[in-house]
Design a protein around this ligand. Structure first.
Ligand code: NAP
Ligand code: ZN
Length: 351
């Protein structure tokens, strides 16, 4: 075991502050990664503030962060995928039982015994796992991803959650040429959704509550932008979408989007507001529409997504910040004021 510098929160109302956390010494199949960048996901904020307590209560102190990109500094004797000096990335999972049917199918994200990157029971050290707001992390190589060398690392880190969470449901719903796709909420997830839908060849419509984001939405790849508070603009698009991805972090009217779906259209929700949403049955009944959810993605698909990003030169649009700015960044995230992901330059942890 060794000590690593990190940023943690002591309680739901406490600010994040410098701390020291234990990490395990690398075992035979482990890689030790120096974390260079870590994205700030809205899930970090939900967890730090214990907003999902009914689903999963936060254990304090919490070290959040599951959008990790860095460099391998140490590889165990049985490691085959990496050598010291290689780039590597870690997302929302650091372990699973590896034997259940879901793990065997590459769907480790649905393993009943999965270990999340933070706030999950730590099989090795006891207590809970600590995430990426830290100078280093140790994981089994199965849970570390290869990073395409052409991608800038600060914008690559957010792919590990915002990227895979939007890529996976689009693949499952055959997003591509000839499909009309809606993306609700232009935040970290939403802007990645726009980039993927565009790269897959779909016609992309962004729904935003922030009129000032219109130009950015077009720049990242939208064909049309609708300010969702404009009832006339919404009405014009009723019954017209094949697929809609809802990336909103707060309470909102889901029926306004369900009615935009055409026959057999699907709305997949990835945003995880704390409060339950109310669904109007007729919004689904008319048109055989469906409403589903999606949870990040398994490791093979996460690697596929990174390789897709390498081939299409896709990274997140990031505002790079120092770790000392993290509390201010959380307040801005709550105001939907980030273009479009904060990425923490972890070198700042040393200053
Ligand atoms: P984010 O960057 O804060 O983006 C959320 C966006 O939602 C905002 O930019 C805003 O877009 C819109 N929004 C915020 N408040 C709203 C309100 N009151 N009404 C309507 N729209 C509102 O957050 P994120 O990191 O992309 O995460 C989004 C959600 O996905 C979070 O709940 C997060 O926990 C969840 N998540 C789920 C998974 C999964 O596996 N399912 C993975 C990662 C994250 P506009 O300004 O354009 O309206
Ligand atoms: Zn996330």
């Amino acid at each position: 075991m060794y000590n690593a510098r990190a940023y943690s929160a002591a309680g739901p109302a406490a600010p994040l502050a410098g701390a020291t956390i234990p990490r395990r010494d690398p075992m035979d199949h482990d890689v030790q990664i120096e974390i260079l960048f870590c994205g700030i996901c809205h899930s970090d904020l939900h967890s730090v503030r214990n907003e999902w307590s009914e689903f999963t209560a936060t254990v304090y102190p919490i070290v959040p962060g599951h959008e990790i990109a860095g460099r391998v500094t140490n590889a165990g004797s049985a490691v085959t995928k990496f050598k010291p000096g290689d780039l590597a990335a870690v997302g929302c999972l650091v372990d699973s039982d590896r034997t259940c049917p879901r793990c065997q199918a590459g769907l480790e994200n649905f393993c009943p015994n999965l270990t999340l990157t933070f706030n999950s029971p730590d099989k090795y050290l006891g207590g809970v796992t600590y995430g990426g707001y830290s100078e280093s992390i140790v994981v089994d190589e199965r849970f570390a991803l290869r990073v395409p060398p052409n991608l800038a690392l600060a914008g690559t880190a957010p792919l590990l959650c915002a990227g895979i969470t939007t890529y996976s449901p689009m693949r499952r719903n055959a997003v591509g040429k000839g499909k009309k796709v809606g993306i609700v909420g232009l935040g970290g997830l939403g802007h990645m959704g726009v980039k993927f839908a565009r790269a897959m060849g779909a016609h992309v419509v962004v729904f935003t509550t922030s009129p000032h984001k219109k130009e950015d939405a077009l720049r990242v790849g939208a064909d049309e932008v609708v300010v969702s508070r404009n009832a006339d603009e919404m009405k014009k698009r009723v019954n017209s979408f094949d697929f809609i991805l809802d990336c909103v972090s707060a309470d909102h009217d889901i029926n306004a989007y369900l009615t935009l779906l055409g026959m057999n259209g699907n709305l997949t929700i990835v945003g995880a507001p704390a409060k339950p949403l109310s669904v109007y049955a007729f919004a689904l009944i008319f048109g055989n529409r469906s409403f589903s959810g999606s949870n990040i993605g398994g490791l093979p698909e996460t690697q596929e997504m990174l390789d897709f990003c390498g081939a299409h030169n896709i990274t997140a649009d990031v505002e790079v910040i120092a770790i000392q700015q993290v509390n201010e960044a959380y307040e801005r995230l709550l105001k939907s004021d980030v273009k479009y992901r904060f990425s923490i330059d972890m070198a700042s942890l040393k200053s």
